[in-house]
Write a protein that binds this ligand. Structure first.
Ligand SMILES: NC(=O)c1ccc[n+]([C@@H]2O[C@H](COP(=O)([O-])OP(=O)(O)OC[C@H]3O[C@@H](n4cnc5c(N)ncnc54)[C@H](OP(=O)(O)O)[C@@H]3O)[C@@H](O)[C@H]2O)c1
Length: 347
């Protein structure tokens, strides 16, 4: 894409937002990227500072959620807040930014786990109970975009990632997405010479997509696709034991020091997005293999989440370039952990 676009990004300070904004700026676009303090999307008047400005694109990344048991603990608040955020951004788009293309981020948690995770089933069946509200608010966002497209001809796109991993994740003490939690547990156990207990038998499978791959897909699909929903996954899932083995190999931790508590609930046995549509739209999309993408992330977690003292401020964007990811794009999960074990369910 050669033209410089005027782009509004919600959720710009989040894990994905920081990476996406960096890539958009590197591509020469003009970005408006307010934090929630500067633009609280729960308020209808939060867009007042940009009244009169016309945007070519709106990336809607903001969502009120976290990993772990957050969704189980806050279903009511999550419904209210996410519906407010989504309704306000859709209203602004429909009333003041009709020329803009709106690109939102969906979730694999919106799918009914009993159905194939392919785009035509996004609204079918029922999301898993523990993530029901989160999944349903994402479905409603998609339904709202579709309705505004039908009535007013607005252009939109929803991209559904599997669980994202990469550097520059949150290091502020919140509950961690499963891969970060698994790394933290193993690195910490190695440091303190203790064992690690994981929930389930370790054979439940999960899918990850590297942040750089996802951002590359977002940039490409934003230019080449519209009025549709596209899953963006690596196309293969791995057992928790495989993730653990890779982390052990990289850190020198003995895998025999990991125990599995098979009495614990572990959620879906398998969770992998179908990516036929993505492969049609991006035949050259080749996500980095875990064995290449994971080691720099393990190093990042070791530095940021384990070895830094609680009071030292985390480095918000330490980007380590993964060589295989440089596929012509200038860019630099939501799964869960429950207490001391690990369920690794949603995203
Ligand atoms: N991470 C994953 O593995 C994953 C997987 C699938 C889908 N997704 C989706 O991808 C998007 C980005 O995920 P992420 O991991 O980057 O999430 P994140 O790090 O939690 O970021 C969420 C962002 O939402 C913003 N936000 C929350 N409440 C807001 C409000 N009232 N007004 C304005 N902004 C508000 C936050 O802003 P402040 O920080 O300024 O408060 C934050 O920047 C989300 O929609 C998420 O559902 C993520």
């Amino acid at each position: 894409m050669s033209t410089s676009l005027h782009i509004f990004v919600t959720g710009a300070g989040g894990f994905l937002g920081r990476h996406l904004c960096q890539a958009l700026r590197a591509a020469g676009h003009r970005i408006v990227a307010p934090t929630s303090a500067q633009c609280d999307l729960r308020r209808r008047d939060s867009f007042a500072p940009w009244s009169g400005e016309r945007f070519d694109r709106i990336y809607h990344l903001a969502a009120w959620t976290q990993a772990g048991d957050f969704c189980l603990q806050h279903p009511g608040e999550q419904w209210l807040r996410n519906q407010q955020l989504n309704t306000n951004i859709l209203s602004w788009w429909a009333e003041e930014q009709r020329a803009a293309k709106l690109i939102s981020i969906g979730t694999s948690c919106a799918y009914d786990p009993g159905l194939p995770l392919s785009e035509e089933h996004y609204l079918d069946g029922r999301p898993i109970e523990s993530l029901f509200t989160y999944g349903m608010t994402k479905r409603m966002l998609w339904a709202g975009q579709d309705a505004l497209c039908k009535q007013f001809g607005l252009r939109h796109l929803t991209l559904v990632p599997s669980t994202l991993y990469g550097p520059a994740y949150h290091a502020d003490g919140r509950q961690l997405h499963f891969i970060f939690d698994l790394i933290r547990k193993i690195v910490s156990a190695r440091r303190h010479n203790t064992t690690v207990e994981l929930w389930g038998d370790g054979w439940q499978k999960r899918e990850l997509i590297h942040m750089y791959d996802f951002v590359a897909a977002v940039l490409y699909l934003s230019d080449h696709s519209e009025n549709t929903l596209v899953n963006v996954g690596a196309g293969e899932e791995h057992a928790i034991r495989t993730f653990a083995q890779l982390i052990c190999e990289h850190t020198g931790f003995d895998p025999a020091m990991i125990t599995y508590d098979t009495t614990r609930y572990v959620g879906a046995r398998s969770k992998c997005l179908r990516t036929a549509r993505l492969r049609r739209l991006m035949p050259d999309f080749k996500p980095v293999h875990l064995s290449v993408g994971l080691p720099p992330v393990i190093d990042w977690v070791s530095e940021q989440l384990v070895f830094r003292s609680k009071n030292s401020s985390p480095n918000p964007l330490t980007l380590t370039r993964v060589p295989q990811l440089e596929q012509g794009v200038k860019i630099v999960s939501e799964e869960s952990d429950f207490s001391s074990g690990a369920v690794y369910e949603g995203s």
